[in-house]
Design a protein around this ligand. Structure first.
Ligand code: GLN
Length: 445
């Protein structure tokens, strides 16, 4: 059962950790008896009564008159929506530092990042007992922050959860998922947000969600994933593997998946290509900020709004994505990336044919300090995603779960299951958390 914070406590936590870009005005439901369980929605999910800005200044003032399907389904269960969580602008980032609003702080150490792009969602989950956060992943935005903030992060199969009411990043990659502190909540809330929705045709071809037991017996660890890891991450992951064998009787086998080396480059070509077309609609006319100077030439009108209101990373991705799709370059970049994507999918299929899961660390390092992030070049930040991107490219369901602590900071491991086999992820989550001692931040009043 959840133990909700008082409204005052929530406001205090938010001031310290910058979880929400907008909080519910009426928090009186927190004092209901019995207390109402709470949830939050990443800012790129539409929710009635709130702005939906996807972390971007360009959407300032946009108030959708409807709920995204997953938000609506949570509300139907009586869940109280606490607010919209901070994120990287449109999901473009790995640390939530590319936000047009506030940058969430890691609950274990406020000098460090929460991860991204669903950073505020992970902070909320880590700080609030019984809380369920709706996150969104395009290339790892649920796994990464879950790993940095020491919570469970479930990204369902592409198409499992309706994307109606989600502000698109890359339509062939976007997935709505869950962050929770315990596996029981995943089992409770996954069926609630899943299932066909006529408003998102992609969700209508899914097989029924089957959560009957599927015991994980054999897992694969790709050698290619074990390179460039921080030493603490490497040893935490190694002892997790040992515990899986010794305490859980799971067979761990090394495999080779050469295509993993190319997944990151393919992802950034495809994701930016899709993003650059999706962002075309933000021109100062239809959503969010409005350019009142309507007597200008349309080119000036659009570029004025876009120059002033998109952040640096959004602009970089518009340029990258537009370039990759240009006549003359399309075969070299976009088409090549699609071919790599097929390769990644078939390699996972091969390995998952005789293994229940593919297992890797989630991130190559623990949550970095803000000062260190500032020194990173954009390419270095992209490279941090090399373990979270592959299952996203393949649309496979995956789960990040805490597997150790170094310097007081959580380390995550990531399990990838076959398409539609979320139940294998629940099995590993339940068995792992029954023995592993999870830690949560202790935040003084
Ligand atoms: N870090 C990756 C990116 O910047 C993934 C982000 C996401 O899943 N939204 O594209």
């Amino acid at each position: 059962m959840s133990c909700s914070p008082t409204p005052e406590r929530l406001i205090q936590l938010n001031e310290r950790f910058r979880i929400f870009c907008e909080m519910a005005e009426d928090l009186s439901g927190l004092q209901d008896y019995p207390p109402r369980p709470t949830f939050s929605a990443k800012d790129n999910l539409c929710a009635m009564g709130f702005q939906a800005r996807a972390g971007s200044r360009i959407l300032e003032g946009y108030r959708p008159p409807f709920d995204a399907t997953p938000v609506w389904r949570m509300r139907q269960e009586g869940m109280l929506l606490l607010g919209k969580t901070n994120m990287d602008e449109f999901g473009f980032g790995t640390f939530s530092t590319n936000s047009g609003y506030d940058v969430p702080r890691n609950p274990f150490d406020a000098g460090r990042a929460c991860g991204g792009s669903s950073g505020g969602a992970a902070a909320a989950t880590s700080l609030l007992e019984g809380h369920v956060a709706l996150g969104v992943s395009t290339g790892g935005s649920i796994s990464c922050p879950a790993s940095f903030c020491g919570v469970l992060g479930l990204t369902p199969t592409y198409g499992r959860v309706s994307r109606y009411g989600l502000i698109d990043y890359g339509n062939s990659l976007d997935k709505v998922g869950l962050m929770t502190r315990d596996s029981g909540s995943l089992r409770t809330w996954l069926p609630v947000i899943s299932g066909p929705d006529p408003k998102d045709p992609t969700s209508c071809v899914q097989p029924m969600l089957d959560l009957s037991p599927r015991k994980v017996e054999r897992v694969a660890v790709p050698l290619e994933a074990m390179q460039n890891l921080g030493s603490g991450v490497e040893s935490s992951f190694a002892s997790a593997l040992k515990s899986l064998q010794d305490d859980h009787d799971i067979l761990v086998e090394e495999v080779s998946m050469p295509s993993l080396k190319f997944a990151l480059s393919a992802y950034y070509v495809l994701a930016t290509s899709e993003a650059s077309t999706n962002l075309a609609r933000y021109c100062g006319m239809r959503f969010g900020v409005r350019n009142s100077n309507i007597s200008q030439h349309f080119n000036d009108f659009f570029s004025e709004t876009r120059s002033a209101n998109f952040g640096t990373e959004a602009k970089r991705r518009i340029l990258l994505g537009t370039y990759a799709r240009m006549v003359g370059f399309r075969d070299r970049y976009y088409m090549k990336a699609l071919a790599v994507r097929q390769l990644v999918i078939s390699e996972y299929k091969r390995v998952l044919n005789d293994h229940d899961l593919v297992l890797t660390p989630t991130m190559p390092f623990i949550a970095p300090r803000f000062a260190d992030i500032e020194k990173m070049r954009p390419l270095e930040a992209y490279q941090a995603d090399f373990l979270t991107v592959p299952p996203n490219l393949a649309g496979l369901p995956h789960l990040s779960l805490p597997c150790g602590y170094i310097e007081g900071m959580p380390v995550g491991m990531q399990a990838v299951a076959p398409h539609w086999e979320e139940r294998a992820l629940l099995d590993i989550a339940e068995r792992w958390t029954s023995k592993f001692q999870m830690r949560f931040p202790e935040v003084a009043r």
